[in-house]
Design a protein around this ligand. Structure first.
Ligand SMILES: [Mg+2]
Length: 391
């Protein structure tokens, strides 16, 4: 009985322990008086109670008050109801399993059917301790790296090249740039954000409808929207390369990790493959991670795919080809829209999705993630402890 209930059950039945233990001790005492083996197992009398030689579930059932037995059954049923199904990601979803209705004929013990498909799929069953993904896909900016100082300076230098006649944005724009960084999806948008702030666009309108503000800025030139977007993207990367060539250590110093580097090294060593999936050029993330001595199995920058869904698909296909099975994938990202987009693709429905609460997102976004049935809000304190501490 105790073994069936587990640790919680032990705690729950502890008020009755003295009674049952007393019966067991009496049982052992009286059992030792039998001289012939054949006499074992017979019922005999002790003061107040009639029990068999070997305590069984039946003994407990007979000698507990009805109210005690009801309490045990009720608690056990609650444990079953609380059990959740797990998709291949290993992350619990809101799909509670109700206990099966009691069968009137089920009076004897039924052994497990090991030929059942349930047992063939044991790789994906919940571990009693914790689940580790096969592939951990990590965003870079806002998840591993806080590069706010670098973004601002690179954007300012790019701005000066794209709009040479305009005054270069001053440091006074940095606080607003920092607050509004969550609207940015890719690098070329950052000089446009600086321009919008410098022209006096309200922060509320930028937060509410960045795509509209951004496109209006992009349409104002120079050149067409497509030409300006192309120019900004190329100039941003060129500015970075120039800065790195002139002052590599200074450039790297503008990028800081959110947690201790040792914690990061341990985290990326946990899954079979920890992979970076970023909209940044992979070469820049590479430089920083090499400096940090954080080694990932792969770095997929913006050159590797137009959308992170494509990166995830490529990772899944490569793993399946090498291992003959679909991997358990977890994806950590600080942009909720990106995670939400993944949820619209049925072929990625088993990917575990985590929003990095410490990254470039707003309290409203984090509240949305908290209410999401699919996306999990991940706190930095949980992240740095390794996947076993994740929700
Ligand atoms: Mg990010």
């Amino acid at each position: 009985m105790e073994g069936d209930l587990g640790a919680d059950g032990l705690e729950e039945i502890s008020p009755f322990w003295p009674q049952t233990e007393m019966l067991r001790r009496r049982s052992r005492l009286d059992e030792s008086r039998f001289e012939k083996p054949g006499e074992r197992g017979r019922s005999f009398h002790v003061p107040c109670y009639s029990i068999s030689a070997k305590p069984t579930l039946l003994d407990v059932k007979e000698h507990l008050e009805p109210v005690e037995l009801l309490t045990k059954v009720s608690r056990t049923a609650v444990k079953i109801v609380a059990h959740r199904t797990l998709p291949r990601s290993g992350i619990g979803h809101e799909r509670p399993i109700l206990p099966p209705p009691p069968s009137p004929t089920a009076s004897s013990f039924t052994p497990f059917d090991l030929s059942s498909p349930l047992w063939h799929d044991r790789h994906h069953m919940p571990s009693p301790n914790h689940v580790t993904p096969d592939i951990l896909a990590l965003d870079f900016d806002g998840v591993l790296c806080d590069g706010m100082g670098e973004y601002f300076e690179t954007s300012r230098r790019t701005y000066a090249k794209a709009w040479p006649g305009a005054p270069v944005p001053g440091d006074d724009l940095l606080p607003a740039f920092r607050r509004l960084r969550p609207v940015i999806m890719t690098g070329w948008e950052m000089p446009l954000l600086l321009r919008a702030i410098g022209q006096g666009q309200s922060e509320a309108s930028i937060l509410r409808d960045w795509a509209k503000v951004r496109d209006a800025q992009a349409a104002s030139g120079p050149g067409s929207r497509e030409q300006l977007v192309g120019l900004l993207g190329k100039t941003l990367d060129a500015v970075r390369r120039e800065w790195i060539a002139a002052d590599r250590a200074g450039w790297i110093a503008r990028n800081t990790a959110y947690c201790r580097l040792e914690e990061l090294r341990q985290l990326v060593a946990e899954p079979e493959r920890a992979v970076l999936v970023t909209t940044k050029e992979g070469e820049f993330a590479h430089l920083i991670l090499d400096e940090w001595r954080v080694h990932l199995a792969d770095i997929q920058g913006k050159e590797a795919g137009t959308h992170k869904c494509d990166n995830l698909r490529a990772l899944i296909s490569a793993f399946a080809a090498a291992h003959g099975r679909r991997p358990r994938v977890w994806f950590v990202e600080d942009r909720f829209e990106t995670l939400e987009h993944v949820t619209t693709h049925p072929d990625l429905e088993d990917v575990g999705l985590y929003l990095a609460a410490w990254g470039y997102n707003t309290p409203q976004t984090r509240a949305t993630a908290t209410a999401s049935k699919r996306v999990r809000l991940l706190e930095l304190e949980q992240f740095r402890q390794g996947v076993s501490a994740w929700p």
